[in-house]
Design a binder for this molecule. Structure first.
Ligand SMILES: *Cc1c(COP(=O)(O)O)cnc(C)c1O
Length: 354
């Protein structure tokens, strides 16, 4: 019953088998190999256009280097106040952009509110010498609250940002979960809605460590090879990154993996609701955020369940845990066993229903 994170799981059998196969023989280093060319072609086909694609090993490097490609050191990067770039990347976006400022925006359910973006654009006017200059808007899809922006919402942010002369970045650590949940095409959720650059994560969905930065207009990518190398993220044995990506994309394996993760989370959500737990944010992908009785938390942990208690500062006051309650995050992955979900729910129900 491990619901700690989607990166607590290993790699999928298909990805692992592909790596074992790729391990045989020799291949040119630094991305000149056939597997890397294949990954570039596969991603181009997936997004239905020519794009500039770069493989990296972590989401933090992908986000930081993608953002740095669109901001001067005196730029402003607008993000949700609870975004991964803000809270979980140890200052990497600021570091790799040589000092750009992250500006946190408010909004419920982990989503940036359109008014708060407008207010930020007013607060950071272009040409005001004493202020950082608006450069990038970054949206997490899915968000850190496990919620999704609709295609219309992304397109509205895209249009507003472009009108104001900003680029749009998407943090897609859970891109696959989002596509599976929305049932749209990767093109619809990105460049057709105004996204200029995407951090596409495979690590949380069945790879060992594989992320791609995808530029939808390659003219923005002319210096990315140098940024990536300077950051120490140019893997000499690029074929192992590319092999993960290729195996992940082949036969829609990536969608099968994330559909399983999302459906386990739906099962968990329904079961917990039925057991009387409060689901605080809408469950859109593979994460369930729930307020459960402390006694259930104790019983679950005694039974060996793993998950994190989650900070409640992002909750509306009426949603916050009361005396004797705990706020937890439960994450399902491609490797989650539905039987574990059922057991988890049963333990919870035993406490709440006696
Ligand atoms: C996990 C995650 C990342 C990537 O994190 P790394 O640990 O650097 O690979 C980026 N953004 C979001 C929203 C995430 O959840």
């Amino acid at each position: 019953m491990d619901f700690a994170s989607d990166n607590a799981s290993g790699a999928s059998d298909r990805v692992m088998a592909a790596l074992v196969h790729a391990n045989k023989g020799f291949a040119p280093a630094y991305g000149a190999d056939a597997a890397t060319k294949e990954a570039e072609a596969r991603l181009g086909a997936l997004f239905e256009r020519e794009c500039a694609v770069f493989l990296l090993a972590t989401g933090t490097a992908s986000n930081a280097l993608a953002l740095a490609s669109f901001t001067p050191p005196w730029g402003a990067i607008f993000c949700h106040q609870d975004a991964h770039v803000m809270d979980d990347e140890c200052g990497a976006p600021e570091f790799y952009s040589a000092g750009a400022k992250l500006v946190g925006l408010s909004g419920s359910d982990g989503k940036i509110d359109a008014q708060s973006f407008d207010a930020a654009l007013e607060a950071y006017p272009r040409g005001l010498v004493k202020q950082v200059q608006p450069a990038v808007l970054t949206l997490s899809q899915a968000t850190e609250s496990g919620t999704l922006y609709s295609l219309d919402e992304i397109a509205a942010f895209g249009a507003r940002a472009h009108d104001a002369g900003l680029a749009v970045h998407m943090d897609g650590a859970r891109f696959a979960n989002s596509i599976a949940a929305l049932g749209c095409t990767p093109a619809q959720m990105t460049w057709r809605a105004g996204v200029d650059v995407l951090s596409l994560g495979a690590s949380k969905n069945g790879a060992i460590a594989c992320e791609a930065v995808v530029f939808f207009d390659s003219s923005h990518a002319h210096d990315f090879v140098y940024r990536r190398k300077r950051a120490g993220h140019t893997l000499s044995k690029s074929r192992f990154l590319a092999t993960q990506m290729n195996a992940w994309l082949e036969d829609d394996h990536w969608l099968d993996l994330t559909r399983h993760a999302n459906s386990c989370a739906a099962q968990l959500e329904a079961g917990l609701r039925n057991a009387g737990a409060r689901i605080v944010w809408p469950r859109h992908v593979n994460e369930v955020f729930a307020v459960v009785p402390r006694a259930a938390d104790v019983a679950l942990k005694e039974a060996g369940a793993r998950y994190y208690e989650w900070p409640s500062r992002a909750l509306a006051p009426e949603q916050a845990p009361r005396e004797g309650e705990v706020f937890v995050r439960l994450v399902c992955s491609f490797a989650t066993d539905p039987a574990d979900v059922a057991r988890f729910v049963a333990i919870c129900a035993q406490i709440t229903k006696g």
